[in-house]
Design a protein around this ligand. Structure first.
Ligand code: SUG
Length: 445
C-alpha cells in the first residue's frame, strides 16, 4: 500500500507565554516570566510548515485550544462573570492562572500516538490522544485534542480513541515517546514505544519520567498492533535528569533510520537488538548513534539537535534533518552536522529553522508537529481546509497579524481583555479551518 507521511503542526495559540510550568524541561524553567511574542511565535510556526509544504511534503495544521480554560477554574470553585473568575483566581494563585493560559497544545507531537493503518489489526488509522497527566497545564488538553482530531480526521477510516485514564499509572505524552521505523511509509513498520518508568513508581530520579510502560502497552493493545512488531524501550534516567523530559529530545527516526544520542536509552545494546529483531523480514535498521564525546548531552538538550524533523524529501535519496537554528549556533552540534552530511550516512542534509519562541519553552521543530502516515483514501478523507497551501498560509498569516499581540507580559494574564481577544481570534479560525462554529467551548455556551 502506498502512503505518505504528513506533518500536522499545532498552530501556536494567541496566549503563548512563558509560565515556567514544566519541571524537568530546562528551557521552560529558564525562561519563566520572560516577555513572549505570540505573533512572532505563530508566524515562526506557520513559516516552518509552509516551507515543508513548498518542498512537496503533505503538511497540515491543528487548531489551538481555548485559553484561558475558564471551565477548569470554575470547576475549582471560582465563580461569577469570566472577568470575575480570572480576577479571583489571580488573587488566589497567579501560578494557577498561568496554567490555564498556557498555549501548550502547540506541541502537536504530544497530541496523540498514531499507528498508521498498515500496522493495525483492523486496517484503520488509530490515534490515542495523550492524557498528559504529569503537568497541570498539559493535563487540560486531552479531551479537546480528541475533539480536534475528530474534526480534522473525520470518517470511518480513522479510529480516534479517548485519552487513556487520567491516572499516573497510565501517564502518556503521545508521539514524543514513539518512533515508527519502516522500509517505506505505507508498508508495515516497527513501532517503538519509549517509557521512563513503571506505572507504580512515582519518583524515580530528580526530574519526572512522564511516560509509563503501562501506557505504552495499553496503546499498542488498543491500536491492534502485532506484538512482534512492537518494541518497548526504557529511557535512561541520566537523560531524563539532564533534561530529556521526552524521548524526542534525544532521539528521532524516519524510514529505516534511528538517530539518537548515546545516552538516550537505559540499555543501547538491548535497544538495537530489539529493534533489529522486530524489523526482521521488513527492513534492515540503520542506527546513527551520536557519542557524548562529540555532542555532550548538555549541548544536545540546549540546541535540541534530536528534536529535529527527520524527513524523506521528494527527489532526494538521503534524509534531511530540519533542525533548530540553535544547532547552528552551538559549536558541537554545528560541527557534528557538518561531519555527518559530508559522510555517506543516511542523513545527507541539515536545514536550520527559526522557531525560537517555541524553543524558549522547550519545543523544537519536532515538538511542533504530529506525524500521520496517510494512504490515498485517508488523505482524501482529511478535512481539506486543514491542509497547508499558499492560500491557507496567506489566510492564516493575515489572521495572525490581525488578532495576535506583539508582546505578552506575565501580568497581562490578569487582564480580562485577553479573554475576549483570544476568543475572537479562535472564532475566526474555526471558519478558516472548517471546524464548525461549535468547535470551542465558548462557542457552545
Ligand atoms: O511539555 N513545554 C512543553 C514542551 C513540549 C515539547 N514537546 C516535545 N518534546 N515533543 C512541555 O514541557 C512549557 C510551558 C511553560 O512553561 O509555559 C511547556 O509546556
Amino acid at each position: 500500500m502506498s502512503g505518505v507521511e504528513a506533518n500536522f503542526d499545532g498552530i501556536i495559540g494567541p496566549t503563548h507565554n512563558y509560565g515556567g510550568l514544566s519541571f524537568g524541561n530546562i528551557a521552560s524553567d529558564r525562561n519563566r516570566g520572560a516577555v513572549s511574542s505570540p505573533k512572532a511565535a505563530v508566524l515562526e510556526g506557520l513559516g516552518k510548515a509552509k516551507a515543508l509544504a513548498d518542498a512537496g511534503l503533505v503538511q497540515g495544521v491543528l487548531p489551538p485550544q481555548e485559553r484561558p480554560a475558564l471551565d477548569y477554574l470554575r470547576t475549582l470553585g471560582f465563580a461569577g462573570s469570566d472577568a470575575a473568575v480570572i480576577e479571583s483566581a489571580w488573587k488566589a494563585s497567579p501560578a494557577l492562572v498561568r496554567n490555564v493560559y498556557s498555549a501548550s497544545p502547540m506541541w502537536a507531537a504530544n497530541a496523540a500516538m498514531i499507528s498508521p493503518s498498515a500496522d493495525t489489526g483492523d486496517g484503520r488509522l488509530h490515534m490515542t490522544p495523550a492524557n498528559l497527566v504529569t503537568t497541570l497545564h498539559r493535563s487540560l488538553e486531552g479531551a479537546a485534542t480528541e475533539r480536534a482530531l475528530k474534526r480534522v480526521f473525520p470518517g470511518d477510516c480513522f479510529a480516534i480513541h479517548e485519552p487513556l485514564p487520567l491516572q499516573t499509572t497510565f501517564a502518556d505524552e503521545g508521539a514524543a515517546n514513539h518512533v515508527r521505523l519502516c522500509a517505506e511509509h505505507g508498508a508495515p513498520g516497527v513501532e517503538i514505544f519509549v517509557y521512563g518508568r513503571e506505572g507504580g513508581e512515582l519518583q524515580t530520579g530528580h526530574f519526572p519520567a512522564r511516560q509509563t510502560r503501562e501506557a505504552c502497552e495499553a496503546i499498542a493493545r488498543r491500536h491492534g498492533l502485532d506484538p512482534k512488531r512492537c518494541v518497548l524501550l526504557k529511557q535512561s534516567r541520566a537523560a531524563i535528569d539532564a533534561g530529556a523530559f521526552h524521548n524526542d529530545v534525544v532521539c528521532v527516526g524516519a524510514l529505516n533510520t534511528l538517530f539518537f544520542h548515546e545516552m538516550a536509552f537505559a540499555d543501547t545494546e538491548v535497544a538495537r537488538a530489539a529493534i533489529t529483531r522486530a524489523a526482521e523480514g521488513l527492513f534492515e535498521p540503520v542506527f546513527v548513534e551520536v557519542p557524548d564525546e562529540e555532542v555532550p548531552i548538555r549541548d544536545a538538550i540546549t540546541s535540541y539537535l534530536f528534536n529535529s524533523q527527520l524527513l524523506a524529501m521528494p527527489g532526494q535519496d538521503r534524509l534531511m534533518l530540519n533542525a533548530p537554528v540553535e544547532c547552528e549556533e552551538t559549536d558541537s552540534t554545528r560541527e557534528y552536522c557538518a561531519r555527518m552530511t559530508t559522510g555517506n550516512g543516511p542523513i545527507g542534509r541539515v536545514a536550520f529553522v527559526d522557531v525560537r519562541q517555541s524553543m524558549r519553552n522547550g519545543g523544537g521543530p519536532a515538538c511542533l508537529r504530529l506525524r500521520v502516515v496517510l494512504t490515498d483514501d485517508e488523505r482524501a478523507a482529511v478535512n481539506q481546509d486543514c491542509l497547508m497551501s499558499t492560500a491557507l498560509f496567506a489566510k492564516l498569516t493575515n489572521w495572525a497579524n490581525r488578532h495576535y499581540r506583539d508582546e505578552l507580559h506575565p501580568d497581562d494574564l490578569r487582564d480580562p481583555s485577553l479573554i475576549e481577544d483570544s476568543r475572537s481570534a479562535l472564532d475566526a479560525l474555526t471558519g478558516l479551518l472548517g471546524l464548525g462554529s461549535d468547535f470551542y467551548p465558548f462557542q457552545r455556551s
